[in-house]
Design a protein. Structure first.
Length: 129
């Protein structure tokens, strides 16, 4: 109840618009490179070959599913089921989901939240196995 229904619906709609064909979401699609951090990596991010088609990642896919489930979207929604399938098929042998840092090419600490969010999302969808 922190936001009104209109704002909630706008956020949910925005999240759905970012879902990719593979069922996942990419953190990189939620803002232009100039908007990330202090903008000091914009040139690097703009030069990425995947700029217009970034890969889905565990951080954003897990977070998107969590927000959608908390907003009342049923786990049986076909788009959620597609996201769950993405999560299940993209977990690494280490147990993690890779998420490429927007801030550095050296350390990818976001992989930790990129693993936590998918686990919480799968639990919210009763899809842990």
């Amino acid at each position: 109840d922190l936001i009104d229904l209109n704002r909630k619906n706008a956020i949910v709609s925005s999240i759905w618009k970012h879902q990719q064909d593979d069922g996942g979401w990419s953190l990189r699609t939620f803002a232009k490179p100039e908007a990330w951090g202090s903008g000091n990596r914009a040139r690097k991010l703009l030069a990425e070959p995947e700029l217009n088609n970034p890969q889905s990642d565990g951080h954003m896919t897990g977070l998107a599913v969590l927000v959608l489930r908390e907003s009342g979207v049923d786990a049986s929604d076909a788009r959620i089921e597609q996201a769950v399938q993405w999560l299940k098929s993209n977990q690494r042998q280490s147990g993690r989901w890779w998420t490429w840092s927007l801030n550095t090419d050296r350390y990818h600490f976001i992989t930790y939240s990129g693993t936590c969010y998918p686990l919480l999302a799968l639990a919210q969808c009763n899809a842990l196995e």
